[in-house]
Design a protein around this ligand. Structure first.
Ligand SMILES: Nc1ncnc2c1ncn2[C@@H]1O[C@H](COP(=O)(O)OP(=O)(O)OP(=O)(O)O)[C@@H](O)[C@H]1O
Length: 297
C-alpha cells in the first residue's frame, strides 16, 4: 500500500477497532490427572475434591476494523469464538490483552435488556427501555410498537417467568430493537421465535441495519449472512481465518465443513491453511489524537 492510499484510509471513520484482542476463560475440569483413579470411583473422588482449573483459549490475538456502512457477518463452527468476539465488542467481557474501541456504545440485540422474570411483560418493557436510557416520553411513543413487534398479545400482561423461551426472546428482541443504535450486534437473533416472528423481526432488523453505522451479525444461516452482509469473517478455534467478500468466504467455509463431515480431515486442514495464508493482517495505528485506525500490513 503506498503512502497516498494509506493516508486516504486513515481519514475514514471506523465504527469499531479491535486491536490485538485475545481472550481465555478459566474453567473447572473433571479430567483425571496422572495418578488419579480410573472409572466411576475416580470420578466420584474428583467430584468431591477441589476442581482442576484449566484455561480455554476462546480467541487468539486478532485485529479488525469495521467502517461506517459495513455489515460484518461472522461465521464458523461451534466454539470458534464468534460469541466471545461479540461479547468483547459489546463490553460484556474484558479481553486478556488488547483493546476494543468504538465510536459509540455497541448494542447487542435481544441480550442487553435486563428483565425481571417475576414482573409482567409490559412492566418489563418499561424497565428494559429505561435500562437502555430511553426517556419516559420516548417509552410512551415506542411502547405500542414494542408490544406489537413482540407478538405477545394478551400474554404481555403475564409474568415473564410464565413465557416459553421463544416468547421471552421475542420480548427481549422487541425491546432492544426499539432504539436505533449506531453499532448493532446481532448474535443469532434471527433464529429467535417462530416463522411469523422471524418475518416481523427481519423487517425491523432491515430498518435497524439501514440506520446503523455498522452491524455485526453472527449466524449459522449462511444464506442470511450472504443476503445481509457486505463483508464476512470466518473464525475457527479462536483464529480469524478469512475476511472478505461474503460469497467467497462462505464458499471456503462451506468447502471446509463439507470436507470435515466426509471425514477428509487433511483436505479440510488444507482449506483452513490456505484461508489463513491469504488473510491480510490488519495493523492498528494509534493516531496523535489517541484515536485508532487501521491499514493492511
Ligand atoms: N463462559 C465461558 N466459560 C468458559 N469457556 C467458555 C465460556 N464461553 C465460551 N467458552 C469457550 O470459548 C470457546 C469459544 O466459545 P464461543 O461461545 O465464543 O464460540 P461460538 O463460535 O460462538 O460457538 P457457537 O457457534 O456454538 O455459538 C469455546 O471453546 C467455549 O467452550
Amino acid at each position: 500500500m503506498d503512502a497516498h492510499s494509506e493516508l486516504e484510509f486513515l481519514e475514514e471513520d471506523p465504527c469499531v477497532v479491535i486491536d490485538e484482542v485475545s481472550m481465555t476463560y478459566r474453567v473447572a475440569s473433571s479430567e483425571a490427572s496422572p495418578g488419579d483413579r480410573a472409572g466411576v470411583r475416580g470420578l466420584l473422588r474428583r467430584a468431591t475434591a477441589r476442581p482442576n482449573m484449566v484455561t480455554v483459549n476462546a480467541l487468539n490475538p486478532i485485529s479488525l476494523v469495521a467502517m461506517r456502512g459495513e455489515s460484518v457477518g461472522i461465521v464458523g463452527r461451534n466454539g470458534s469464538g464468534k460469541s466471545t468476539l461479540m461479547k468483547l465488542i459489546s463490553g460484556q467481557v474484558k479481553p486478556d490483552q488488547g483493546g476494543v474501541y468504538a465510536s459509540s456504545t455497541p448494542i447487542m440485540l435481544g441480550v442487553n435488556a435486563a428483565l425481571v422474570p417475576e414482573l409482567p411483560g409490559d412492566h418489563n418493557v418499561v424497565l428494559g427501555c429505561l435500562a437502555m436510557g430511553l426517556t419516559h416520553e420516548q417509552i410512551q411513543d415506542r411502547y405500542e410498537s414494542i408490544v406489537e413487534l413482540s407478538g405477545l398479545e394478551k400474554a404481555i400482561h403475564l409474568p415473564m417467568r410464565s413465557y416459553s423461551s421463544g416468547m421471552s426472546s421475542r420480548l427481549r428482541f422487541a425491546i432492544a430493537a426499539s432504539i436505533d443504535p449506531e453499532i448493532l450486534l446481532i448474535d443469532e437473533a434471527l433464529n429467535t421465535g417462530d416463522a411469523q416472528f422471524a418475518d416481523r423481526s427481519r423487517k425491523r432488523m432491515d430498518e435497524l441495519r439501514a440506520n446503523a453505522g455498522c452491524v455485526f451479525l453472527v449466524s449459522h444461516s449462511l444464506d442470511t449472512v450472504i443476503e445481509m452482509c457486505s463483508r464476512v469473517i470466518w473464525m475457527d478455534k479462536g483464529d480469524l481465518l478469512m475476511d472478505g467478500e461474503p460469497r467467497a468466504v462462505v464458499k471456503a467455509y462451506k468447502d471446509f465443513t463439507r470436507q470435515l463431515s466426509k471425514g477428509n480431515n487433511i483436505s479440510a486442514a488444507k482449506i483452513r491453511n490456505e484461508a489463513m495464508k491469504s488473510l491480510v493482517p490488519t495493523q492498528i495505528i494509534e493516531r496523535s489524537t489517541g484515536r485508532r485506525s487501521a491499514r493492511a500490513s
